[in-house]
Design a protein around this ligand. Structure first.
Ligand code: NIG
Ligand code: FE
Length: 424
């Protein structure tokens, strides 16, 4: 477990960062790699970036930070997580190994609702503590922005508790957090047989109250045979739209319900999972500018065999993001680098596609394109220094956490490079 000090004690990253190798795409979609580059940070924002030899004279008086030839990427963005919950579900992992399917486990009272039971019993402080430990693993690998969903409370009180923890994590760790209200994640036991009534509760009571409390940045639904129907999903989207909240969707994970096309009609930021996505869904996502969020950790953990339609998404020009989907049921994984590896190995993404998937496209999936996902003048200083000589190594090593240094929101928040010395 990593122990990190608080944002207040991290040193300012203001000054000139030099002796850097900028990764391709770091400055934008078509930007080439740049050897011997420099980044100037002032008041926690990037004020200049370019070749070291071109640094304007005025910046030479600022504090100097030697990057020792490190490879530099934008801060990573983990755009789909269920980070706040209590308990764990290793028993279900074992049940699936013994032959049960994810659907069977869910229908027998396990699955999401077992995490709901544990999460309802936990206090806000207990949830904060456990989520903070998990968050630190992600931050140590260069994550600078993260989405955190509710969906293990399934009542106003307990969804609020989860979302409040997400907001507290943002403050405590100086990381950008986007909260997503996922009240329509599963049917709570007290609504057994009354799923439409529950959806009304989500739309009329929970969502407006939580939005009013500024706890909701986006709204999500689990649209699936073991989740909610297309009609129920649309009802939730209408409620979100009336509150001015963007939507996203857990879509086509286990079957082709047509959820992605519906989400695209509501201008969804993203459709996530999408193993069973069909051509009309891809076309609709393309028209709407919806990001395809690929979750190889859930695919791997559930030992799925249906691959998401990567080649068709690529042909259609739908932006693809990659995320951990960290959750206790289907993706107990706390490494975005491992997801880069799996996106390449299991889904056949290229290295540049996988890098865009955890930076620029992930930022787009959260509506953060203007501030995150690439390095640029006027943007908050979020970048990672890797002790690696090329980008492919981000995808290549497995199970070895490179000792990176992370400038997050203008502070040197992780200092692995200094501990290990210069780049290899
Ligand atoms: O993204 N598919 C639904 N939601 C989660 C799983 C949640 C759980 O099993 O606890 C997912 O895979
Ligand atoms: Fe999920």
């Amino acid at each position: 477990m990593h122990t990190q000090s608080s944002p207040q004690s991290w040193s300012s990253a203001d000054g000139v960062w030099h002796h850097l190798q900028l990764a391709e795409q770091a400055l934008g979609p078509d930007a080439p790699a740049m050897a011997d580059a420099a980044i100037v940070v002032e008041q926690a924002s990037v004020s200049w970036v370019g070749a070291r030899t071109d640094i304007p004279e005025a910046y030479k008086r600022l504090p100097q930070h030697d990057g020792h030839g490190a490879l530099v990427t934008p801060g990573l963005v983990d755009c789909h997580t269920h980070l706040v919950y209590a308990g764990q579900r290793a028993n279900e992992f074992a049940m699936r190994l013994a032959g049960a399917s994810y659907e069977e486990v869910a229908r027998s009272g396990g699955g999401i609702v077992s995490s709901v039971r544990a999460t309802r019993q936990a206090s806000e402080d207990e949830l904060f503590e456990s989520a903070a430990h998990r968050l630190q693993d992600l931050l140590a690998e260069g994550v600078c922005a993260i989405e955190i969903k509710s969906g293990y409370g399934l009542s106003l009180e307990h969804e609020r508790k989860q979302l409040r923890v997400a907001r507290r994590l943002e403050q405590a760790f100086g990381v950008t957090v986007r909260t997503t209200f996922l009240g329509a994640h599963a049917l709570p036991p007290e609504y057994a047989g009354r799923s439409d009534d529950y959806i009304e509760r989500v739309c009329q009571e929970m969502m407006p109250a939580l939005a009013q409390e500024r706890l909701v940045d986006a709204v999500d639904v689990f649209c699936e045979t073991i989740g909610f129907t297309l009609a129920q999903t649309e009802r939730v989207f209408q409620a979100a739209q009336s509150l001015g909240l963007p939507v996203k969707l857990h879509a086509e994970q286990l079957s082709d319900m047509g959820g992605s096309a519906l989400a695209a009609r509501y201008g969804a930021l993203s459709c996530d999972h999408i193993e069973h996505l069909s051509d009309p869904g891809i076309a609709a996502m393309h028209r709407a500018g919806t990001v395809a969020v690929l979750l190889p950790g859930a695919y791997y953990t559930l030992r799925e065999t249906q691959l998401p339609p990567i080649a068709a998404l690529r042909r259609a020009g739908v932006p693809m993001a990659v995320s951990t989907d960290h959750n206790p049921g289907t993706s107990p994984i706390l490494s975005l680098l491992l997801m880069i590896n799996m996106a390449c190995t299991l889904f056949r993404l290229t290295v540049p596609e996988a890098l865009a998937g955890v930076t620029r496209n992930a930022a787009q999936a959260l509506g953060l394109s203007a501030s995150h996902g690439q390095i640029g003048i006027g943007r908050p200083a979020n970048f990672v220094l890797w002790p690696l000589s090329d980008v492919a190594q981000l995808a290549y090593w497995v199970g070895q956490r490179p000792a990176c240094s992370v400038v997050r929101q203008g502070r040197l928040a992780v200092d692995g490079m200094a501990l290990r010395g210069s780049a290899v």
